[in-house]
Ligand binder design. Structure first.
Ligand SMILES: [Zn+2]
Length: 319
């Protein structure tokens, strides 16, 4: 209750400031084009999806700034103002961008697409097992009742999401139904190409097991028959305890794990330590992408860059 009141008070204050800036800076507020649908996405892959399907008929904004992890993001007052303008909001769902929910007021009239509601979900694996069980065997228990949220990491899930976004955009903007259908068809064809690249590469892999930084590759591994054998951070953003790390390093030494993954949104030091202590290579895989990085500034290019990085360690063994 107090949160809601504080939010309202904040909104009023911000509206006043915004109006003053608008009046004072008259004519400089060119960002908003009334002809365009205002689409807000929580994370960069969804922003890119909106851009691809919405083409020239939408104005898309991404809430999560470059380099940030959605798991440990704290929304800003600016995010609330951006959301107030939105006509369509794209989010992943609980576990990635649950921070969006408290920002949506009860009378929010924007349409909302929650990607986790569109695709088949995989259970969240509890990686916090004890490595000391007999023979190194471990049960990858499923966390009770929770699902892994990283659905966008499977290119075929992105196809489903692209089609759905096109349908929702068409409902909001009936004039461009054919355009949205065409752009979605085109994007889906390119996602199928990405899927084929992954299938082709996987067919040549001699190893497919890895230790992720966190469980961001659950859907990717499931799609292509790879094994996300363990994770460094069971809860993203929370440092594992030293005993867990020691057990993880022993596990890697005794297993067929091909690499340890670092992610650009998290400090790589921990992954570097695990990699050097266990003697397996470190590979950086980016689950989000980055508008400031020319090789990672679209979902497809980012996923291609990830595949190229993994080919180095999954590929045929060289003598
Ligand atoms: Zn994640």
């Amino acid at each position: 209750m107090s949160l809601s009141f504080r939010k309202k008070a904040l909104l009023v204050a911000l509206s006043v400031i915004f109006s003053i800036v608008f009046v004072v800076g008259c004519g400089r507020r060119a960002e908003r084009d009334d002809e365009l649908l205002i689409v807000v996405a929580t994370i960069y892959p969804l922003y890119d999806l909106a851009r691809e399907v919405g083409g020239d008929y939408i104005q898309a904004t991404c809430l999560l700034p470059p380099g940030a992890s959605p798991h440990i993001y704290h929304p800003t007052p600016q995010d609330i103002m951006v959301l107030e303008q939105a006509e369509l909001v794209l989010c992943v769902g609980e576990g990635v961008d649950g921070w969006l929910t408290p920002m949506l007021s009860a009378d929010e009239d924007a349409q909302m697409i929650t990607m986790m509601e569109l695709v088949e979900l995989l259970p969240a694996v509890d990686y916090s097992w004890s490595f000391e069980e007999e023979g190194g065997e471990h049960d990858q228990d499923h966390q009770h009742g929770t699902c892994d949220p990283h659905v966008w990491m499977d290119p075929l899930n992105m196809k489903v999401m692209a089609r759905y976004v096109a349908v929702e955009l068409s409902k909001l903007d009936g004039e461009h139904i054919e355009d949205y259908r065409r752009t979605a068809d085109d994007y889906i064809a390119r996602l199928e190409g990405l899927d084929e690249e992954y299938e082709r590469a996987t067919a040549g892999f001699s190893r497919k097991s890895f230790v992720a930084f966190h469980s961001s590759l659950t859907y990717l591994a499931e799609r292509y028959g790879w094994e996300q054998a363990a994770v460094i951070e069971v809860a993203p953003g929370v440092n594992p305890d030293p005993r867990y790390l020691a057990e993880l390093i022993d596990f890697i030494k005794e297993s067929d794990v091909a690499c340890v993954l670092a992610e650009p949104q998290f400090n790589p030091q921990l992954a570097k330590t695990v990699s050097s202590e266990s003697g397996v290579p470190l590979v950086t895989v980016d689950p989000i992408g980055d508008p400031n990085h020319p090789d990672r500034d679209t979902y497809i290019e980012n996923m291609q860059a990830n595949l190229e990085a993994l080919k180095e360690v999954f590929g045929e063994k060289r003598d």
